[in-house]
Design a protein around this ligand. Structure first.
Ligand code: AHR
Length: 492
């Protein structure tokens, strides 16, 4: 099978916002407790943060992490998680039928982010919560001092404000599973009022309004239009969420990259409709702040227990390939998709797994995310791809999904390519405007599609290096192995 990819320095999609490579930690199962936070663990620091988990996370260079939910946030009282730990209440968490001890809250998350070399994206509760409580949280976190909430933060040991820049106005408020779900008009109204108040407290923050939680929900995509009609002037991003899973057809699953592209197009179209309707000059950005492969395997659990093992799925090579394809789509749409959060980071539908009191390891899906985060920076280049078509499900898809980035400062160009086909693809790369392109590395992730990393075999699946193909005057012939994720790194 043969394919051709043409790239040109002048065909730029735009600069990739580094926040495209964000992630997500929710108070869900063991994401926080025995995930990132486990006082008494052999590697725990003085605050109880697991250093072994931190090491795996730091390698990813994640610019932003969404917190504390997710569904959890819609019933969360943020004041429960501040102040002396022995005074913090234990509460029922309706979202995950769990017991929340509140031993980890917003101040701990701020400290953890600093140590992990990342920034927080904080979601406020617009389920049971009010606009006033949301504005109070902004005051607690970002106001320098001299007011009730900012002085309380100082009294709690944080003299300097946390200065969180990005805030989500609730989570998936269209979903009947959400604590106090709302109609689009109910949510649009409350989100707009919360947005005004939060920006009065700190005008420098960026706000994300809840868009549709999936394409399957009955209110999609009307929800997006209605919510933006309420909030357009006061928010900066429309949030979109999308998950995929293998249902017996490998090619259809790997072609999820095309579905994500269509899903994003619909969100962008809804936003642009409202822009025209409002005669606005503002271009609404998209925050794909939940995306991943997910099998919704809740796991058997006793209700109302602390940190139950929920949503702890083990990903395989096929899931990693799917994630690679989704990352290609995100890079190709990065002119409008400015933020993304791989959901999630630790233990729950996660790329990092931990055992209480024991070790941590990286799942297969860790690797494509690592590659995109490390090498997918700079300008996104428009990939002109000619590839054979594959039939799957009800559609036809390019056998190759590709994206490319050019980092002028570092003198690097990277091509990401997913081969969906059951056979190898000979890819001719033509990038003539980069006359002095020199190959650096060809990283491949492939092999048994059902192979997984586990606690017993944490490094069973690892990316490996393939021989680099020669490159002359920007032209190169590269072999993409059957069903493989490829990272072609070049220096310029
Ligand atoms: O990421 C897991 C859950 O998926 C989140 O809590 C929710 O927002 C979504 O439905």
């Amino acid at each position: 099978m043969q394919a051709k990819l043409t790239l040109d320095k002048d065909f730029s999609i735009g600069k990739v916002d580094e926040r495209l490579y964000g992630s997500f930690i929710e108070h869900l199962g063991r994401a926080v407790y025995t995930g990132i936070f486990e006082p008494g663990h052999g590697t725990a620091d003085e605050q109880g943060f697991r250093r072994d988990v931190m090491d795996l996370i730091r390698k990813l260079q994640i610019p932003i992490i969404r917190y504390p939910g997710g569904n959890f946030v819609s019933g969360y009282r943020w004041t429960d998680g501040i102040g002396p730990k022995d005074k913090r209440p234990r509460r029922l968490d309706y979202a995950w039928t769990s017991l929340e001890t509140n031993q980890f809250g917003i101040d701990e998350f701020a400290d953890w982010c600093k140590k992990a070399g990342t920034h927080a994206m904080v979601a406020v509760n617009l389920g049971t919560g009010t606009p006033q409580q949301a504005a109070d949280l902004v005051e607690y976190c970002n106001f320098p001092g001299g007011t009730y909430w900012s002085d309380l933060r100082i009294a709690n040991g944080h003299k300097e404000p946390h200065n969180f820049r990005v805030w989500c106005l609730g989570n998936e408020m269209d979903g009947p599973w959400q604590t106090c779900a709302k109609t689009a008009d109910e949510y649009g109204h409350v989100a707009n009022e919360a947005a005004k108040m939060m920006k009065w407290v700190d005008p420098t923050i960026e706000l994300v309004a809840c868009g549709s939680s999936s394409a399957e929900i009955a209110t999609y995509p009307e929800w997006d239009r209605k919510v933006l009609e309420w909030t357009y002037d006061n928010v900066d991003f429309l949030s979109m969420h999308r998950y995929y899973g293998y249902k017996g057809d490998v090619t259809a699953y790997l072609a999820s990259y095309a579905d994500l592209d269509a899903f994003l197009s619909a969100g962008i179209a809804a936003a642009d409709y409202v822009k025209a309707y409002k005669r606005s000059k503002k271009v609404m950005k998209i925050s794909l702040d939940e995306w991943n492969a997910w099998y919704c395997d809740h796991g058997a659990q006793e209700p109302w227990t602390v940190a139950p093992a929920l949503e702890e799925q083990t990903y395989n090579v096929m899931d990693a390939l799917c994630v690679g394809g989704l990352l290609c789509t995100m890079i190709n749409r990065s002119d409008r998709v400015r933020m993304g959060c791989l959901a999630q980071l630790v233990n729950c539908l996660a790329i990092v797994m931990t055992e209480p009191g024991k070790s941590a390891y990286a799942q297969t899906t860790y690797y494509p995310f690592l590659h995109a985060s490390l090498y997918g920076r700079g300008e996104a280049l428009r990939p002109l791809l000619k590839a054979p078509k594959l039939a799957a499900g009800t559609g036809e898809f390019d056998a190759v999904a590709a994206a490319a980035t050019f980092d002028e400062e570092k003198g690097e160009m990277t091509v990401f390519a997913l081969n969906l086909a059951e056979e190898a693809v000979d890819l001719h790369l033509s990038a003539r405007s980069f006359a002095n392109l020199a190959p650096v590395e060809h990283i491949v992730l492939d092999g048994d599609l059902f192979a997984q990393n586990t606690f017993a075999e944490p490094e069973k699946v690892l990316p490996h290096s393939a021989p680099v193909a020669a490159c002359e005057k920007g032209e190169s012939d590269v072999k993409l192995p059957a069903r493989s994720w490829n990272v072609l790194r070049f220096s310029i």
